[in-house]
Design a protein around this ligand. Structure first.
Ligand code: ZN
Length: 448
């Protein structure tokens, strides 16, 4: 299994029980929360005069509200005909307001709300509100003036913190309960370039401050970004802080202001001459016909060391008639690189080998379809071959002196909060009856 996939699985396994326990209130001791986007909420709740009840920006008081779900095969006209809206209006909405929302895009399983006026025994729809997602909604104003417009629920962002020792207990039972993978995915993105994290060791632990998105202050609608994290691995803390200064930086940095991303080396060789660029319409010098050149050729003397351009795992070190001796390296779920025509592989390079950026993986040669000694360097982004020289590749630049003070004043309080987070003790030797108790519930097994 690929490393990255493993991490995601591991984190899934981690996040699932965490989410469950969190829902059960097990983490009350370790999870604190505060609303950061809505500082006035306390004031509002303490006001005595009742404000008019609103939903989707519409007054609730004068209507009967009918909440429902689009049934299988149910159409816009089906719904509205039942609420006294005639074909003429339905047709006008479907045509005149198609640019705002195409009613053919109603999906079964999605929520809608009818704001109905009671006329004798008939319920007449005055508004219909369709909700394609937890946050987005579409208002159909069904009065004679007719209108269709889009809206968004106000989202409250709350910060949560969570920590856990990674040890060998308990997780399998919790995995069966199911849960949201979103936080795990976020965490895997933050540390995507720190590949050695994938080798989790017993005693490793994590501490996170992350965001959750709510509507109506209580309804969880999604996981936001990870604000700060400490992934403690092999006795060492690996911090990450999301720093966004509105101008130059919007990314994760460690406590010293170093980027968590690792740039690719500009080329797999130190000294070279580019002899052929990435060219989808290139005339192939050996085959004598147009054949896309989906790589960049770096000519260099026979035997010149070829380096891995970023950390990764060797997924192929093999020979084919076209490629000659080649090495393919998977860097993460996004990036893969390949190096062709090697005279030979470097010592220890085989399928499954781990390589660090700059490691020598082979030597320039002209094996396979090559006219002279060079390395053909190929680059995949999400499975598509692209020209690496034209990619906006991850930056590895640290925060510059101009901004480092600002970064520190932002980061230091966050780091203090992370450091202060309680770390639940792992108690792997507790008897089974205690497995559900507070402390032992905090430790998780990583199985890979
Ligand atoms: Zn080439």
């Amino acid at each position: 299994m690929q490393r990255k996939l493993k991490l995601i699985l591991i984190l899934l396994v981690l996040a699932t029980p965490l989410a469950i326990l969190n829902n059960l209130g097990v983490f009350d001791r370790f999870v604190d929360e505060e609303t950061i986007s809505n500082p006035e909420s306390e004031l509002e709740s303490s006001q005595i005069a009742p404000e008019p009840q609103m939903r989707f920006g519409l007054p609730v008081d004068s209507f009967e509200l009918i909440d429902n779900v689009i049934a299988n095969g149910e159409s816009f006209s089906n719904i509205l005909l039942d609420f006294g809206i005639g074909y003429n209006k339905i047709h006008r909405i479907a045509t005149e307001f198609k640019e705002v929302f195409d009613v053919r895009n109603l999906r079964s399983g999605k929520d809608y709300t009818i704001f109905a006026e009671n006329h004798d025994s008939l319920k007449l729809a005055r508004y219909m509100v369709y909700r394609p997602s937890a946050i987005d909604y579409v208002v159909f104003d069904l009065s004679d003036s007719l209108d269709v417009y889009l809206g968004e629920e106000e989202v409250q962002v709350k910060e949560k913190s969570i920590s856990g020792v990674i040890s060998s207990s308990l997780y399998k039972g919790l995995l069966e309960q199911g849960g949201s993978p979103a936080l795990a995915v976020e965490l895997s993105k933050v540390y995507a370039w720190t590949i050695d994290f994938f080798r989790i060791q017993p005693g490793d632990y994590f501490k996170l401050i992350y965001e959750e998105k709510y509507i109506h202050d209580t309804v969880l609608v999604g996981t936001g970004k990870i604000v700060a994290a400490d992934f403690h691995h092999g006795g060492r803390s690996f911090y990450s802080f999301y720093y966004d200064n509105d101008t130059t930086y919007r990314d994760y940095f460690d406590e010293k202001g170093r980027s968590l991303r690792k740039a690719f080396l500009k080329a797999p060789l130190d000294f070279f001459r580019i002899s052929s660029r990435f060219n989808p319409r290139r005339f192939h010098p050996v085959l004598k016909r147009v054949k896309p050149h989906l790589g960049t050729d770096y000519a260099a003397p026979h035997g010149t060391p070829i380096m891995a351009t970023a950390d990764g795992e060797v997924i192929a070190a093999a020979y084919t008639r076209g490629n000659g001796n080649y090495v393919k390296v998977r860097h993460n779920s996004t990036y893969t690189t390949q190096y062709l025509h090697m005279s030979k592989f470097a010592k220890g390079i085989r399928k499954g080998s781990r390589v660090r950026q700059g490691d020598v993986i082979g030597y320039v040669g002209s094996t396979g379809l090559a006219t002279g000694p060079h390395v053909c360097y190929r680059f995949w982004v999400n499975g598509t071959q692209v020209d690496p020289l034209k990619q906006d590749l991850p930056e590895a630049e640290p925060i510059t002196e101009d901004y480092i003070e600002d970064f520190r004043s932002f980061m230091n309080p966050l780091k203090a909060r992370i450091d202060a987070l309680d770390l639940p003790l792992a108690e792997p030797d507790q008897p089974k009856v205690r497995l559900a108790s507070l402390k032992t519930s905090q430790s998780f097994m990583l199985n890979y």
